[in-house]
Design a protein around this ligand. Structure first.
Ligand code: ZN
Length: 302
């Protein structure tokens, strides 16, 4: 597709909006008690009224018509062509900015819901923190068999042109997921410390890091610095498939620390045929690029 101009994008948006509301495929299954029971359990909602009276929680509206992993052809939607045109124009980034649901009445067990999509608005180009982009807005309404609207949803996304990135420094391609639960671990690795998360209330050590203590349910976290010694509890030799940035074969081990937790890491500086369960190992820190240091394990001389 030739890159459309901003004016052409606005023309296409006006055309899509003029299509009005397009009905999609009815839900594969009627509103049903097992799905409602699952939802209530997942949400921790103990209100017995839903199942007793055969009513679906309103926030389930989208559940009934989600296509899931189905390979069936998608419904024609007034949104898809516009999204493709925005991509072709270079607005390839996408971030959801608004999702507002409106509930008209309860959907009842046995009813089949049908979604209908209406493209409403394209606004832009606007300068945002992410880059220049367009805000695209559409609504989905779910109708029951009797034609009643049951629920509606307004959805708005920002399609933006990603900013040019700084020249890459060939970073190691496999990045760990660093978040507020795990940042201390990776910071430790950069400083040459093997940090193990601990509960700030009962002191229990745990690895991998997580938000809650499995023993006392406290969310207060700290960490201890492990000795860096351990024994190889188990391992595999990875031959295939190829791993970006690594040469195969390599050893992935599970190391048991005397502190009481187990940690996954590569076993290095040891011929593969000499790796064995129970061998004493100690941690070694390997810089993978300017930012990432991975703790690995090497045989400990007796
Ligand atoms: Zn605890």
């Amino acid at each position: 597709m030739r890159a459309p101009t901003d004016d052409e994008l606005r023309e296409l948006a006006a055309k899509q909006a003029a299509l009005g509301e397009l009905r999609g495929t009815p839900a594969a299954d009627p509103v049903n008690a097992p799905m409602i029971r699952h939802w209530l359990a997942a949400m921790g909602d103990r209100n017995p009224a839903y199942l007793e009276r055969g009513l679906a929680p309103p926030a389930m509206a989208q559940v009934w018509t989600m296509p899931g992993l189905s390979t069936a052809p998608k419904d024609p939607s007034p949104v898809d062509d516009l999204m493709a045109a925005l991509d072709a124009a270079g607005y390839t980034g996408v971030v959801a900015t608004n999702c507002e649901q409106t509930y008209h009445r309860y959907a009842r067990v046995g009813e089949h819901l049908t979604p209908a999509t209406r493209f409403t608005d394209l606004a832009g180009p606007k300068r945002t923190a992410l880059g220049v982009g367009f805000f695209a807005t559409w609504t989905v309404t779910w109708y029951a068999d009797d034609g009643d609207p049951v629920a509606g949803m307004l959805f708005r996304v920002l399609k933006f042109r990603p900013r040019e990135k700084e020249p890459a420094r060939t970073p190691y391609p496999l990045r760990p997921a660093v978040n507020q639960d795990t940042a201390f671990f990776w910071e430790g690795a950069r400083r040459g410390e093997l940090r193990v998360q601990s509960c700030a209330d009962c002191g229990l050590l745990r690895h991998p890091p997580g938000p809650l203590c499995p023993q006392c349910r406290s969310a207060n976290r700290s960490y201890a610095v492990a000795s860096g010694r351990g024994t190889l509890y188990s391992y595999v030799v990875h031959h295939h498939p190829p791993v970006p940035g690594r040469e195969t074969p390599f050893v992935v081990g599970v190391v048991e620390l005397p502190e009481g937790v187990r940690i996954v890491g590569n076993v290095v500086d040891c011929p593969i045929e000499e790796v064995e369960v129970g061998m004493p190992v100690r941690v070694t820190y390997r810089p993978m690029d300017d930012e990432l240091v991975l703790p690995m394990w090497t045989p400990e001389e007796p």
